[in-house]
Design a protein around this ligand. Structure first.
Ligand code: NAD
Length: 481
């Protein structure tokens, strides 16, 4: 078991304060030990961050920030293989996916390092002797609270623009993946030129460390990614200190499949992102198939073929096509939904226990596909966060939009059609922060992500993601007599 230390106000704090053992979901073995911090550590980190912002040039020196971030990217690039292995051990995902997740952060950090130097405000001539300058300034101390499913992508997605904009960052990674999060952040805090106190990493429970961040008067913003109910609590509890809150929450994303689509591509894409990638534990997972009724039977048959014989196994085994569910709670929640589906709907394919594994220790779940679902059932309305697909059919594009918008979520959607008019109508009609047309789950450092409706507020990535971590100040110069 590898032992980790947290980093608080420029000092390392080991697990002698209390430790959280992280379990490999593919074997049930303890693989990492991370410190469990308390509210006083949050207070110390927040004070150190404020002092570092006041005493160092971090907030005003964009070139310094870019330089530190470029070092961070390079250090990650040199360590992708070892980091990916630890990510698979803690999260259960396939090693190939873990390598992609880690490697892609190099690109995201470099993009944000460039943005640091491009951050600018604007000015207005407001009269012959009056000028208004609108400057973009950092928020100050930002807490970044991250989940376990894509723990490094979602951590870097927020930490990189927060730093680029000149903030200090207190990172609170998910407890289930705290070891790999510490490893990635350690590569940042050891970079030359980063003032002490600008970055702290605070491991521990959400209810104590996360909650203390939300309530702390010395923290200016919370950037949270996670479950909707946690996010709603954060919005409520941040109100007394009037903090800015950016929330990236859950989803129940529709995948609209028209009869004229390229079926080979559509079926392969759908199967990949609801079943294979992180076993469907993705906030944008296409968990609701909305298929044109004329091709429903054919599509169900092809989906059943696509999942037939999928090999579920340890992420470190190159033969595995699906890894393990990250937590025991999540594993049990998925199995409960599969049982509900068998009672309430028609099982199209899958849904059987994975054979040949110790189910008391290992969190392996096979895909399941359900048709004839009640649109108001929790199967359709709630985020399952696993390899479970529901199928509904539509007879017109209006009906497809109506069904697509029929949950409280609005994170993402997919539209597969070769007809441009239909693609346009459907993607404009669906209430979601991202709509992919003839593709799915493509993320770029350049393009914003975020939720409509209960999937969140605020935008991450791209220019808007950078601006999310800033506030504007109007400085008015008036030299009239
Ligand atoms: P979670 O809400 O349980 O935990 C997320 C983080 O919040 C963890 O670090 C946790 O320790 C912390 N936390 C828990 N209680 C807290 C509190 N009271 N105050 C402050 N922090 C607290 O979510 P999870 O189970 O780790 O992640 C899965 C969820 O995340 C799913 O709903 C998924 O859809 C969502 N998600 C959203 C996105 C997105 O970009 N929209 C991306 C990935 C995951």
């Amino acid at each position: 078991m590898k032992k980790y230390a947290a980093y608080v106000a420029g000092e390392w704090v080991d697990a002698s304060v209390g430790g959280n053992a992280i379990i490999d979901p593919a074997s049930g073995q303890e693989v990492s030990l991370a410190p469990v911090l308390a509210a006083q550590h949050v207070d110390g980190a927040a004070q150190a961050a404020q002092q570092a912002l006041a005493r160092s040039g971090w907030a005003s020196d964009a070139r310094l920030r870019a330089d530190v971030m470029l070092q961070w990217a390079e250090r990650i690039e040199r360590n992708v293989d070892a980091l990916a292995r630890r990510l698979t051990l803690e999260n259960g995902k396939l090693l190939s996916e873990a390598k992609f997740e880690i490697g892609n952060q190099v690109n995201v950090i470099r993009f944000n390092a460039g943005l640091a130097r491009a951050l600018s405000g604007h000015s207005h001539s407001l009269g012959s002797r009056v000028m208004g300058v609108v400057a973009r300034e950092p928020m100050g101390v930002v807490a970044v609270i991250s989940p376990w499913n894509w723990p490094i992508s979602l951590l870097v997605r927020d930490v990189a623009p927060a730093l680029a904009a000149g903030n200090a960052v207190l990172s609170k990674p998910a407890s289930q993946t705290a070891g790999i999060s510490i490893e990635v952040l350690r590569l940042l805090v050891e970079c030359d030129g980063l003032p002490k106190g600008i970055v702290s990493m605070l491991t521990g429970s959400g209810g104590r460390v996360g909650q203390a961040m939300v309530e702390h008067p010395g923290i200016d913003m919370i950037a949270f990614t996670g479950d909707g109910s946690t996010g709603k609590g954060i919005a409520r509890d941040a109100a007394p200190t009037v903090k800015k809150v950016a929330l990236e929450l859950g989803g129940k994303s529709p995948f609209v499949l028209c009869a004229d689509a390229n079926m080979d591509k559509a079926i392969a894409t759908l199967a990949r992102f609801i079943f294979l990638t992180t076993c469907g534990q993705i906030c944008t997972a296409p968990s609701r198939l909305l298929v044109e009724s004329s091709v429903e039977n054919e599509v169900c048959e092809r989906l059943a073929q696509a999942i037939d014989g999928i090999k579920v196994g340890p992420g470190l085994d190159p033969a595995s096509q699906m890894g393990a569910i990250t937590t025991r709670d999540q594993y049990e929640k998925i199995l409960d939904f599969v049982e509900r589906g068998k009672r309430e709907a028609t099982l199209v394919a899958g849904g059987e226990p994975v054979a040949g594994v110790d189910r008391s220790q290992c969190n392996f779940v096979a895909p399941a596909i359900f048709a004839d679902v009640d649109p108001q059932s929790p199967l359709v309305q709630e985020e399952i966060f696993g390899p479970v697909l529901t199928v509904q059919s539509f007879a017109s594009d209006d009906e497809a939009v109506h069904l697509a918008n029929g949950t409280p979520f609005g994170l993402a959607a997919g539209v597969f059609t070769q007809n441009l008019d239909r693609a346009w109508f459907l993607s404009r009609g669906i209430k979601a922060g991202t709509v992919w047309v003839n593709t799915y789950n493509r993320f770029y450092a350049e393009t914003e992500v975020g939720g409509y409706k209960e999937s969140g507020v605020g935008r991450m990535a791209g220019f808007d993601g950078l601006h999310e971590f800033t506030q504007t100040k109007h400085i008015n110069f008036d030299s009239t007599e």
